[in-house]
Design a binder for this molecule. Structure first.
Ligand code: SAM
Length: 259
C-alpha cells in the first residue's frame, strides 16, 4: 500500500500487510477493500491508523540477552579503546527502529554501567528513530508499566528508574543521552547520520521483502564509520553483497563489523 508522500508499504512482506489491512477492514466496519478505499477518502485520519496498525512495535528491555552481553563484552571495550587512542570524545550510536524506546534505553543503561566514572570522558549520543510518531512520543516520555519492566534486574531497576504513578520512569541521567526523531528507513537512501560507531537495526528487516532489506542495509553500511559495528535481530542476516564488506563478529549475536 502506498500513501503519497507519507508511507510506502509496497515492498513490505505482503502477508503481514494483508493481515493488518484485514484488521482495519473489521475495525472500520467496511468489510471489503472497495468499501475501505471509499472510507479512506472520506476519513483521511484512517491512513494514520492503518500505518500504526502495519508497523508492529513489539519490543522489550534487553530483548536479546546474549546479543547485549556480547555488545558489552566485545564491542564497548574496543570502541572505548579506539576512542582513547584517537583522542576522540564523541561516541555515537543509532537505534534505527526504536519502537517505544526499550532498545535505546537498554543500550544507554549498559553503556552507563560499562563506563562507570569513565563516562565523563565521553560525549554519548544515542539517536533513536522510528516511523511511528505514536511510539516515539511514548518513548520520549520514558514511562513503562510494571509488565514492561518485568525481567529487568533489581540492580538496573533501582539504579536507572524512578517509580511514577504506578509505572517506572527512566531517570534523567539516562534520558539525556537519547535523541528521538522521526525517520523512515525505507523511503530514503540518504542516511540521516554519518560516521556512527554502532548501529542497532533489530527486528525490523523481517517485515520487508529481500530487495528492500538490502537497500536499507546498504544505507546503514554507509552511515557506519570504518570498523563501526552493526547489530541485527536474532533472525535477521546480511545479504551476500554486504558479507564481503563486513566481518561477522558473532553469528548468534548478529554483530557485524565494517571492514
Ligand atoms: C518489532 S519493532 C522493533 C523494535 C526494536 N528494534 C526491538 O528489536 O525490540 C519494529 C519497529 O520498526 C518500525 N518501523 C516499521 N517501518 C519502519 C520504517 N519504514 N522506518 C523506520 N521504522 C520503521 C515500527 O514502527 C516498529 O517500531
Amino acid at each position: 500500500m502506498y500513501i503519497k508522500e507519507k508511507y510506502d508499504f509496497r515492498d513490505y512482506r505482503r502477508g503481514t500487510v494483508i493481515r493488518r489491512l484485514e484488521n482495519r477492514l473489521n475495525a472500520s466496519g467496511t468489510g471489503n477493500y472497495r468499501n475501505y478505499l471509499s472510507f479512506l477518502d472520506a476519513h483521511p485520519e484512517e491512513y494514520e491508523k492503518f500505518a500504526e496498525c502495519v508497523t508492529i512495535k513489539v519490543s522489550g528491555f534487553f530483548r536479546t540477552p546474549y546479543t547485549f552481553q556480547q555488545v558489552v563484552q566485545r564491542v564497548f571495550p574496543v570502541l572505548v579503546l579506539e576512542k582513547r587512542k584517537h583522542q576522540e570524545r564523541n561516541l555515537r550510536v543509532w537505534c534505527t527502529s526504536c519502537a517505544y524506546g526499550q532498545e535505546p534505553y537498554s543500550v544507554s543503561m549498559l553503556l552507563a554501567e560499562f563506563l562507570g566514572t569513565q563516562r565523563q570522558d565521553f560525549n554519548i549520543f544515542i539517536y533513536a528513530t522510528d516511523i511511528s510518531r505514536q511510539a516515539l512520543s511514548e518513548a520520549r516520555s520514558a514511562i513503562y508499566s510494571p509488565r514492561e519492566i518485568e525481567g529487568i534486574s533489581d540492580t538496573i531497576l533501582e539504579k536507572y528508574f524512578n517509580r511514577s504513578n504506578g509505572g517506572y520512569e527512566v531517570i534523567d541521567d539516562i534520558k539525556q543521552m537519547l535523541h528521538f526523531s522521526y525517520f523512515d528507513l525505507t523511503t530514503t537512501s540518504r542516511p540521516p547520520f554519518m560516521n556512527l560507531d554502532l548501529i542497532f537495526c533489530c527486528n525490523f528487516l523481517i517485515y520487508l521483502q529481500k530487495y528492500l532489506q538490502e537497500k536499507v542495509l546498504n544505507m546503514l553500511y554507509d552511515s557506519l564509520r570504518s570498523s563501526g559495528y552493526l547489530v541485527l535481530g536474532e533472525v535477521e542476516t546480511l545479504p551476500n553483497s554486504l558479507r564481503k564488506k563486513m566481518m561477522c563478529l558473532d553469528e548468534k549475536a548478529k554483530i557485524y563489523v565494517k571492514n
